[in-house]
Design a protein around this ligand. Sequence first.
Ligand code: DP6
Length: 370
Amino acid sequence: MPDTLENKYLSDSHDLLSLPPGQSGLVEWKCPSNIALIKYWGKKPVQRPLNPSLSFSLMNSVTTMTVDYQTIKEQRQLSLEFLMENKPNQAFAERVFHYLNHISQYLPFLRSLHLRIQSQNSFPHSAGIASSASSYGALALALCSIEQLLFGTLENEDEFFQKSSFLARLGSGSACRSVYGGWTIWGYTPTIHGSSDEAAISMTRSIHPVFKDYCDSVLVVSSGQKSVTSSIGHALMEQHPFASGRISQANYNLEKLIQALVRGDENRFIDIIENEALTLHGLMLSSNPGFVLLQPNTIEIINKIIVFRKNTGLSVSFTLDAGANVHVLYPAAIENEIRLFIEKDLRKYCENDWIIHDRVGSGPVKSEQL
Ligand code: DP6
């Protein structure tokens, strides 16, 4: 009996070699990016997280992935055309080719298809919103739709999304959380039934209404290339002197954050998510070699948020990704007040006044009637 998803998909896939000939079709998925509040930082082979993470999917920041497929008789290797924003893109095409090759062990029919993939983002590449999460999420969903269309093996919705999440993870870890809407957990933790390093799960315990339409305004402090990539940052966790402390902290913070999300405890929420954001950058600073992705304006914004919260009692907080940009988080009920604060006190710290307003979204959507 397969005890892991990995074994299940390896054994399931034997039947898939018998591809019906002469098939073609088109599938399209829109998949959101997500923002982590408990941070995934550091991994073990193959693409499993050192610690569990928790995020919410965004509403407006999405990738649309359109995949034309055609079965090629007697073909036994991948055939791919890849367009990004309607243009051929060699660098991305190579990454996608490598990815498809890797996951073809779970989807062997890929080697008998010609694929024409078109990818389009609703948000600019350099805004500091993870396009890899929305892209690999959308691609994995599209590939599972093709499996379902050709073989009818992913009829069950839970299984469909579980396999999509598993496949998305192999493209980019955080992408596995994007195949679900709302709040999502990835990574095994003893206190959460069904949690797994192999795929994300949707948060089933009821989230308090205040967190259901939480807002996220991304203040773009810098759109430039980062001095150190996330891949290098993850790798530096392997020898990190604080790794075991970090793993305990993330498990603890996750448990407490879930309680806060269920109870609607915004003060607790703020304590935990800001602790996570600062810890992420603390881990970067204390890596060997250490590196700094924070910029002076990042710190200015953080300090302004803390003072504003103290003076007004309003529940506004921040989180950070692996970069200089600041995600300002607040409930929809105080959107007007916080938007005013952002305009008056924070916009001046953004590159070219650049801000992207987003919020918790309901997850990926498949285009029908193509
Ligand atoms: C700081 O998912 O981009 O955003 O698995 O190597 O593709 P790879 O890394 P990636 O790392 C995301 C790190 C983070 C935190 C998070 O999203 O949990």
